[in-house]
Design a protein around this ligand. Structure first.
Ligand SMILES: Nc1ncnc2c1ncn2[C@@H]1O[C@H](COP(=O)(O)OP(=O)(O)OP(=O)(O)O)[C@@H](O)[C@H]1O
Length: 283
């Protein structure tokens, strides 16, 4: 069996801003090579947690190891192993996309080829345009280019596709899968449940500063077990039944109907359903 190592280990993490406790005893392990999505409502403590892991914010207490190092005491060598994609990159309006990526490559000891990175994030056609003329989605791609130019082992992505059109999101997901496929560990925060489902090996739900659940998207909140709703068009109109054994029910219906079951649907609760239940939305 291949040993599983952790890229991130967090134990008993607390962060208070004055009297306000933003992170309240979080334990978290992110395995090397996985895509982990941190979910949670506004103010849940996601950014605070991630910025502590990135070494940009001081914790109040707790133990944190990122690539084996305490980020608060990390050095240049550690920083070169970690990529950060912030919610917006600094001011390089008068430089072209290509120039910005080349410029950032100089900060890293073993940077990737800047032109290849520009291509990889889908900005080849825009590489000679000044960044001020890029669209929101294109600027985000540039942010990602800057996050990966140093060939990071671990990449932090903070709400990477906010403001993207659906096509740009799909393309961006392809890029993230590509990075994950080449072995980069990725920790992303997102408000999009479909994004977490499409990309993440595991998701963690933060609520009120506490990590209330960690599981794969298809198992979160017992999603994988029971609670399946089978629907069909019966002789008296639409019918539904909740069951733990949908296959048996569908087989029975098929027998009853002598073949195709009219209007057959089999649905499990969506990730959004279980997430909203977990965070107590609407209660
Ligand atoms: N610098 C700060 N000073 C004081 N309070 C802060 C500071 N940063 C965050 N907070 C508070 O800590 C809590 C957690 O904030 P944080 O930004 O980590 O949440 P979040 O989960 O990232 O939210 P969002 O989804 O809105 O980005 C919030 O109540 C916020 O008001």
């Amino acid at each position: 069996m291949v040993a599983v190592t952790d890229a991130i280990t967090v134990r008993g993490l607390h962060k208070a801003y004055g009297k306000h406790v933003a992170v309240d005893g979080v334990d978290l392990d992110v395995r090397a090579g996985e895509v982990f999505a941190l979910l949670g409502p506004n103010g849940a403590g996601k950014t605070t947690t991630v910025e502590i892991l990135e070494g940009f914010r001081k914790r109040t207490s707790g133990d944190v190891r990122v690539l084996g190092v305490d980020p608060h005491q990390a050095d240049e060598a550690w920083r070169a192993r970690v990529g950060v994609v912030l919610q917006s990159t600094g001011e390089f309006d008068d430089l072209t996309a290509r120039e910005v990526v080349h410029h950032f490559a100089n900060y890293y000891p073993s940077a990737a080829d800047p032109d290849e990175i520009v291509e990889r994030v889908g900005l080849a056609e825009k590489r000679d345009e000044r960044t001020r003329t890029l669209s929101g989605g294109q600027k985000r791609r540039l942010d990602v280019a800057l996050g990966i130019i140093g060939r990071p082992e671990l990449l932090f992505l903070d709400e990477p596709t906010t403001g993207f059109d659906p096509e740009a999101r799909r393309e961006f997901w392809g890029l993230i899968r590509d990075l994950a496929g080449s072995g980069t560990t990725i920790l992303l925060t997102t408000h999009y449940l479909d994004e977490a489902e499409a990309l993440a090996d595991r998701v963690g739900v933060l609520s009120g500063g506490k990590l209330i659940a960690v599981d794969s998207p298809d198992r979160l909140g017992g999603r994988g077990q029971g609670g399946v709703t089978v629907g069909w068009q019966g002789p008296d109109g639409p019918a539904t039944e909740r069951t733990e054994t949908p296959t048996a029910l569908v087989a029975r219906l098929a027998e009853q109907f002598g073949g195709e079951v009219p209007g057959l649907t089999v649905t499990r609760p969506s990730l959004e359903d279980v997430y909203l239940r977990m965070i107590g939305a609407g209660e």
